[in-house]
Write a protein that binds this ligand. Structure first.
Ligand code: NI
Length: 151
């Protein structure tokens, strides 16, 4: 089911999200809905608070693949990259954000099994952007030169 993507100004986007404790049907439904919602919005990533759920859950859909990260935690962050970024919760804008070039995160899958992921480049950028959402941080807090996107 497609869920509504909340826009900046919604209080839940500023919450510190809670870890998932139950790996149950409700989590599966949330992940399935987030995947469908992200696909329809044609985005690179979506965090649960963006659909009104203050839990530590993100999905990322990039060239390297589609990832579901539950309770993700950074292991390390290396290097630096500077580039444009946007957000489905800040429609019609983009800004320049400095992010790590490479990151390693550990996370659970929907069954609760723990994995790790090393991401670089745009994938690392997307992971960092989405993990920020879980702490109530929007890219606009970090961006320079926020501007209206050209059609
Ligand atoms: Ni975002």
């Amino acid at each position: 089911m497609i869920r509504e993507i909340l826009q900046v100004g919604s209080p839940v986007l500023r919450e510190k999200c809670k870890p998932v404790e139950r790996f149950d049907g409700e989590l599966c439904t949330l992940l399935d809905d987030m995947k469908e919602t992200l696909k329809k919005a044609n985005g690179a990533g979506l965090a649960a608070p963006q659909v009104g759920v203050p839990l530590r859950v993100v999905v990322v859909d990039v060239e390297e693949g589609y990832f579901e990260l539950v309770n993700p935690v950074f292991v390390w962050q290396k290097g630096e990259q500077t580039g444009p970024e946007g957000c489905l919760s800040v429609k019609g804008k983009s800004g320049i954000v400095c992010r790590p070039e490479r990151v390693k995160v550990v996370f659970s899958d929907r069954k609760g099994d723990r994995y790790s992921l090393v991401a670089r480049g745009f994938c690392a950028r997307a992971v960092c952007h989405e993990l920020d959402h879980l702490d109530g941080i929007l890219y606009t807090d970090k961006a320079k030169n926020i501007r209206d996107e050209k059609e």
